[in-house]
Structures are given as structure tokens and as C-alpha cells.
Ligand binder design. Structure first.
Ligand SMILES: [Zn+2]
Length: 363
């Protein structure tokens, strides 16, 4: 089959926007996506802060290294305009949480650039930082909280997962939680452990954070990395009854996971997020039990198990596939436009305002 992809708009890195994406937007999303959006999980970093040079060998060894091209602020703005035509978009952005990046410079760049657009950011933080350092970042313009991550425990050139079995308190220690609680700051938490959110250590420690530091706005990223239904059941159900705990739905394409979250967590505690630039990737995801496979048409080193050219020709952006998964779940549950608008925008804006109000009073 010959396929004409139509005129392409460059998005970022090797990603483009094509006619097939325009058609997908018009067919599935134009009517349904609200006029105002808040992207509560997006990575923005100026590439000048990348201190580590990724070699082809590193890209071959570890697939995440192939997706690490970060977008600057102008690129993010251009991509929002392209992917969400006519929509008013705001965001909560952070850099890439890894020690291959100059963290302080990347944080300051966001603090300088984002307020000009009315956007907000989280400071990427290291677990070794003392309370005064955390507090200093909370004072900077546009910064309403922090983004901790287990990769920031120590540098490893070969893998992002060296510290994946850590306790949350190994990369978000109590002296930092105390100051974050004091200032009612926002924390977007990417949970550790190969078993994801449902790992007993995560459930126990998240409950402990909620009990001891109740003023923190705690947002669990990617529904706790619940990309398959079994992981969502194990992780989301035990935490579903805490009315003060929030989740972002970024990187989740699976309609069954969206549905479970909507049923048990409800539309008041879920925030929309894209996790871009990674999800400008073109393709689709397939699930089987507790595993999934990312299908994509770009010849990445990791992309060994390709689908047929006919099928690849139908691929749209992962960002759009995630929206379709979310929309399917909303429709199955008969969710009205008011609830949908809360998830896309209202919940995040209320929390942005809450965090801002508190932080303005820092002296
Ligand atoms: Zn992310």
C-alpha cells in the first residue's frame, strides 16, 4: 500500500505532525477535548543543560536513552499549539530528573521562562539537599513544588533503574518532606519498585507521607506507573479512599486503567498530563496481563518487533492515543463534560492556586 503522510510539521527531535494526526484530532478529539487545558506533567529543559553525551552505544544499550531529547520552552509552546489547535493551554513543567543534566541550571531556566507565559514549574531536587536548599527553590518565581526521583540518588551511565528498589524516603527524605509540608508545596511522585504502585513499601510509605505531611499536595505520576489493569488494581484500589491524594494520568494509554481510576478515584482527584516530549512518539501500545509493548514506526534500536507497513501507516501520536484511551473510559462510564473539564483543567488550576497562595507567604 502506498501511503501519503501529507504535509508534515516538525514537532520536536525526530517527531512530526502529519495529516493522519489532523484527521485523528478532528474525528476523535476536536468535539470532546475542552477549550482550556492544564498539562500537569510535562518535561521542559533547554538542551544546553545536558552535561552527559549520549553515545550510540548507550542508546543501543538502554532504550530510554533514545527518547531523551528534551524540548525547550519555545518548542513546548509550538507543540501545544499544533497538537491542541485553538485550545488555551497552561502547564506544570519540570526538567528531566537525571544526573546527566545540570539540575540547578535547568530549574532556573524554567523559573525564568515559564512565568512569562503564566506557566508553573517544579524544581528537580537531589536527596542530599538540606531543607534550606529546598526552601530556596520554593521562593523562586513560578516554582510551586518539587520533582524528586530515584535516579537522583546516584549517577549510573548504563541504566535509569539502579535505584528502582529504593524506599521513597531514600530520594525524598523526611527533612525535605517537613519543609514541603510547612509551605504546602506540590510534589509529583514517580513511585519506585519494579512492582509499581502496588508494592507494599509504596502503599505503606505513601500513607505515611499523607499522615505525617498532610499539607503537601501529593500527586502520584502516571497513576503510579499503572499501565496495565492488574497493576492498576494492585496499586490504585488500596489508595483510592484517601480524599487528599491526587494522581496524574500521563503516559497511560490503556482505557481499562483510565476506567478503573475514574470509577474508584473519581474525577475530582485526577489531573491530565502528557509526559511529553516522550509521547510525541508515533505508534500504539498493546497490553497482555502485566506487560505491555510500545509499537512505533521509527527505526529506534529498541524497535525490533515491528508491525506491518500497512498498520504502521495508521499510527498517530501517543499523546492522541492516550487521549483516545481516556475518552473511551469516560464514555463507557457516561462521564459528563463538567467532570471531563475538571480532569483536563479545573482540578489542576485549583491546586495551582492553592500552592501559589501558600508560597507567596514565604518570608
Ligand atoms: Zn515524566
Amino acid at each position: 500500500m502506498s501511503f501519503d503522510p501529507g504535509p508534515e510539521i516538525r514537532l520536536h527531535s525526530l517527531y512530526t505532525y502529519r495529516d493522519i494526526d489532523r484527521r485523528f484530532w478532528e474525528e476523535h478529539l476536536e468535539e470532546w477535548v475542552p477549550q482550556e487545558l492544564a498539562d500537569a506533567h510535562v518535561h521542559i529543559v533547554h538542551p544546553r543543560y545536558q552535561v552527559e553525551t549520549l553515545t550510540e552505544e548507550m542508546k543501543r544499550d538502554y532504550w530510554v536513552n533514545e527518547l531523551m531529547d528534551m524540548q525547550d520552552v519555545e518548542t513546548a509552546e509550538h507543540c501545544y499549539r499544533t497538537l491542541f489547535p485553538g485550545r488555551k493551554v497552561t502547564c506544570l513543567a519540570f526538567g528531566f530528573p537525571g544526573l546527566g543534566w545540570e539540575i540547578e541550571g535547568a530549574n532556573l531556566y524554567l523559573s525564568e521562562e515559564l512565568p512569562k507565559r503564566g506557566w508553573l514549574s517544579l524544581a528537580v531536587i537531589r536527596p542530599t539537599w538540606v531543607a534550606g536548599q529546598i526552601e530556596w527553590w520554593l521562593r523562586q518565581p513560578g516554582i510551586i513544588g518539587v520533582k524528586p526521583y530515584y535516579t537522583l540518588i546516584g549517577y549510573d551511565r548504563s541504566t535509569r533503574d539502579r535505584y528502582i528498589e529504593s524506599s521513597i524516603f531514600d530520594f525524598l527524605p523526611h527533612h525535605q518532606l517537613e519543609v514541603l509540608d510547612h509551605h504546602h508545596a506540590w510534589v509529583t511522585l514517580h513511585v519506585p519498585h519494579a512492582d509499581r504502585l502496588g508494592h507494599p513499601g509504596n502503599i505503606r510509605e505513601i500513607r505515611e507521607i499523607r499522615r505525617r505531611y498532610p499539607s503537601i499536595i501529593l500527586v502520584i505520576a502516571h497513576f503510579g506507573r499503572s499501565y496495565t489493569l492488574p497493576h492498576a488494581e494492585e496499586g490504585l484500589l488500596p489508595l483510592a479512599d484517601d480524599p487528599g491524594l491526587y494522581f496524574d494520568n500521563s503516559a497511560v494509554l490503556n482505557p481499562e486503567v483510565h476506567r478503573l481510576a475514574l470509577e474508584h478515584i473519581g474525577p475530582d482527584r485526577i489531573l491530565y498530563g502528557t509526559d511529553n516530549p516522550v509521547f510525541y512518539m508515533r505508534g500504539r501500545r498493546q497490553w497482555s496481563g502485566r506487560t505491555y509493548v510500545n509499537r512505533t514506526s521509527h527505526p529506534f534500536y529498541f524497535n525490533k518487533d515491528r508491525e506491518s507497513p500497512d498498520i504502521e501507516a495508521t499510527y498517530t501520536l501517543y499523546t492522541y492515543e492516550a487521549l483516545r484511551g481516556f475518552k473511551t473510559a469516560c464514555q463507557q462510564l457516561g462521564l459528563g463534560s463538567r467532570d471531563v473539564a475538571r480532569i483536563f483543567n479545573g482540578n489542576a488550576r485549583e491546586l495551582f492556586a492553592r500552592a501559589n497562595r501558600q508560597l507567596k507567604n514565604i518570608d
